[in-house]
Design a protein around this ligand. Structure first.
Ligand SMILES: [Zn+2]
Ligand SMILES: [Zn+2]
Length: 473
């Protein structure tokens, strides 16, 4: 294990990574000036090859552990039992502190002088870090509280100077291959935690909880990782946005304004909340984020097998849930406005997959034409659009939020043309990203060709549009 316990997945781009990289104040060790011969100590310190620790000179000529003289040496300079065990390179009956006690006892038996030596207050390797384990574990348990979890990833920050000095002593006097300070410390915390809390595994990626411990301040931060659910939604009514829309008047202030009835929302309901709120409640979570495979306009229904989505549930207090029950709860909550199916567990990487999908889509569209035309002529004209490639400039209606550009999109097929007086309806399957209303009315010539153009430049007004299917998986 290297010093990267708090390293996170590249797909976890959120605050944890920022926090883990936050700069921690360096702490000075070796601050206690020796009362004897301060001048000499300074000279030795800058020598770079030899230094004093609380008065006990480190003898760089001592052989490294596991040689008995090496073990004697690390005891002489005041190593704690944890560090004695870590550096000695000896097999012991117990691990950790008790193993260190065994080794120390043997060393005392070989050389009784050692026992009489005055003890240092501070271990030169860990600065008595291991003494804080009980305290740290207690804080971790307090912070986790009632949050349900089965895996933990533990990260630890230690002062850089401490690690550098420890490395110097360990590599000279420790047994070859002695474990480094940071992973040993992490390991001790995990052992202690495991002895108190059962059924938790420690992982290096995708944990339920990320726990960051600052070895200097003993500050503990518990980050509850989100869970993800995949499903497909059918939107059975019009005038319902996919995601929450902040109120235009107050820009979504928490307290809202008069025009939004103090909700902060432009529309009281959204697909996101109709689906998300029952899920949020069943997982006792803080909030949700909604990631749809594209979105339909507010006035467009989405039928067929529905639109794929991944919902991110933030800071859930429980992760064990019966998805069948959740799906049922959602479908009861939405009162026929929205319906979901195919609900299953998902991941953050599926969010990307769903968002980047280029699935073809099928629609039914109905429009009014400015004058009644001959049915056969209409059917022949509209059928001629089947298979063509459209050239579509960014429509006027979205140009305020999208850069102007020209897209080429294919009309895969076109069928079921119905002519009823001045109303015409047809089904069409298009490439992802086709502007379908514009295919009909041409958006003042920005879409070429269009239904309007093949009907001899007769004005066409879209009455309604339904998404019939999203051809995904
Ligand atoms: Zn130590
Ligand atoms: Zn408002």
């Amino acid at each position: 294990m290297k010093e990267d316990n708090h390293k996170v997945d590249s797909d976890d781009e959120d605050s944890w990574a920022l926090y883990a990289d936050a700069s921690y104040g360096k702490s000075e060790i070796l601050t206690e000036e020796s009362n004897a011969n301060p001048g000499k100590e300074e000279e030795v310190w800058y020598d770079g090859d030899d230094f004093e620790f609380e008065g006990a000179t480190i003898n760089w000529d001592a052989p490294p552990c596991p040689a008995p003289l090496g073990i004697e040496h690390i005891i002489r300079i005041g190593c704690c039992n944890f560090c004695v065990q870590r550096l000695a390179g000896r097999r012991t009956a117990s691990k950790g502190e008790d193993g260190g006690k065994e080794i120390r006892k043997e060393a005392y038996q070989r050389n009784s002088e050692l026992e009489a030596l005055e003890k240092n207050d501070l271990c030169p390797l860990c600065e008595n870090l291991f003494d804080d384990i009980d305290n740290i574990v207690k804080r971790i348990i307090e912070q986790i509280g009632e949050v349900e979890h089965s895996s933990i990833q533990l990260g630890i920050h230690l002062p850089k100077d401490l690690l550098e000095d420890e490395d110097k002593i360990r590599s000279r006097h420790g047994s070859p291959g002695s474990p480094h300070l940071k992973p040993s410390f992490v390991n001790e915390i995990q052992l202690k935690l495991s002895s108190l809390v059962h059924g938790v595994t420690f992982v290096k990626e995708k944990p339920d909880l990320m726990i960051l411990v600052d070895g200097l301040t003993l500050m503990v931060d518990v980050d509850v990782r989100p869970v993800f659910l995949y499903g497909r939604y059918r939107k059975l009514i019009r005038d319902l946005p996919q995601t929450r829309w902040p109120c235009r008047a107050c820009r979504g202030r928490a307290e809202g304004c008069e025009s939004c009835n103090e909700t902060g929302l432009q529309y009281a309901e959204s697909v996101q909340d109709l689906i998300g709120e029952p899920i949020r409640l069943s997982l006792a979570a803080e909030d949700t984020s909604f990631h749809g495979m594209g979105r339909e306009d507010i006035d467009v229904r989405c039928l067929g097998t529905g639109r794929p989505f991944v919902i991110e549930i933030k800071k859930p207090k429980t992760r064990l849930a019966n998805l069948e029950e959740i799906q049922k709860a959602v479908n009861e909550n939405t009162e026929g406005k929205v319906e979901i199916n195919s609900l299953r567990w998902s991941t953050r990487s599926e969010v990307v997959k769903v968002k980047e999908s280029r699935s073809e889509k099928s629609y039914t569209i109905r429009f009014r034409v400015e004058e009644i035309l001959d049915e056969e002529t209409v059917i022949a004209a509209i059928s001629s659009l089947s298979g063509v490639e459209l050239s579509q400039e960014t429509p006027k209606r979205v140009s305020h939020r999208r850069a102007a550009k020209n897209r080429k999109r294919k009309v895969v097929s076109l069928s079921n043309i119905i002519v009823e007086d001045d109303e015409i309806q047809f089904s069409v399957r298009c490439e992802a990203g086709t502007y379908v209303k514009e295919l009909v009315h041409s958006d003042e010539g920005r879409t070429v060709p269009s239904v309007r153009s093949v009907l001899g430049d007769k004005e066409c007004t879209v009455l309604w549009l339904d998404v019939e299917d999203i051809h995904y998986e």
